[in-house]
Design a protein around this ligand. Sequence first.
Ligand SMILES: Nc1ncnc2c1ncn2[C@@H]1O[C@H](COP(=O)(O)OP(=O)(O)OP(=O)(O)O)[C@@H](O)[C@H]1O
Length: 366
Amino acid sequence: MPNTAELRSWGARGTAGVSFAATLEFAAVTVHLGGRVVLDQFSLRLEPGEIVCLLGESGSGKSTALRVAAGIQPVHAGALLINGQTMSAPGANVSPDKRGIGLMFQDFALFPHLTVLQNVLFGLRRLGRTAALSQARAALHRVGLGAREADYPHMLSGGQQQRLALARSVAPRPAVLLLDEPFSSLDARLRETVREETLAVLRETHATSLIVTHDPEEAMVMGDRVALLRHGRIAQIGTAAEIYRHPVDLSAARFFSPLSEIDSIAVNGHAPTPLGAVPTPGLPDGAAVTIAIRPTGGADLSTTGPGTPGRLVAKRDAIGVDICEVKVDGIEAPLVLRQPARTDIAVGQDVFVKLNREHVLVFGRD
Ligand SMILES: Nc1ncnc2c1ncn2[C@@H]1O[C@H](COP(=O)(O)OP(=O)(O)OP(=O)(O)O)[C@@H](O)[C@H]1O
């Protein structure tokens, strides 16, 4: 929970229409677009103050879900509720400005002809001038733009524009904040810093936040929970660690990292592979299985063994770690393994691969 001083510095919640942190619930929401089912009985409930990241392939329905929550996409079945109140249902739609939500889009949607301060004041029109000014300035100060209030958006860097967009969306203290790919227009280095700052602001304001992203790392860093969307439905939901360690199927596993995959058949509770037998709990004898090895943690390399012999066929330096490709007899594609950087292993050299069985993923195949 944010402390009282933090809450005070953010001003009163509710200038966007709601007076406390809210639940946000999609209840079996279905949306058709262009003759296709884009959301298919989509259900998801966010608790007050929770940050959930919606992750999924392009076209899986992430932005549509956000648009439903925002009230700019009607639903064809099911309902969208905020704090238990129906906001969207077939034939019924509470308008976006009456929902107590804040929005932040990837292009930041700043008003180019308004100053930094006027951009933030825009969302505070319902407050008196004095209260609005103090709330806008507090938000700008919080994101480090206190000295830039008279500038125009084009005078700000990309990171500063993102911070301004954040200040504008949180200044009215919305109960629910909807963020659509909020960092995608920033370069990789800046993205990491801005992401941390944004997360801190979301925590302080205690807004219930739904963040759309297609970047698994971003989802894992930001979300209290991550929901993996596929064909308009949730394929899996859980903490980042749960989804990473126990993906529901091979395609969920592939989403979070590249994998080295080995096909096998379960026999007596184990699947034989060139790297040794892997336990196949719960899978019947004769079941076709895929053993998936993540680059990080799935296997270790050494020059002396123990392990299965292989040959290092490629090595790339990735700042502090090596990305090694190892050819092992009986496995078609080279294994891709991230290892601590070391100089004693060179391309062309014989090595040994030792599986970390507890980190290896096992999936049945149809
Ligand atoms: N107005 C529309 N008319 C017809 N089809 C649409 C419309 N808007 C979206 N779609 C389709 O709905 C599907 C889901 O779109 P949506 O934008 O929600 O996906 P997304 O997961 O956010 O994808 P991305 O990561 O590419 O933004 C896509 O196949 C898209 O082509």
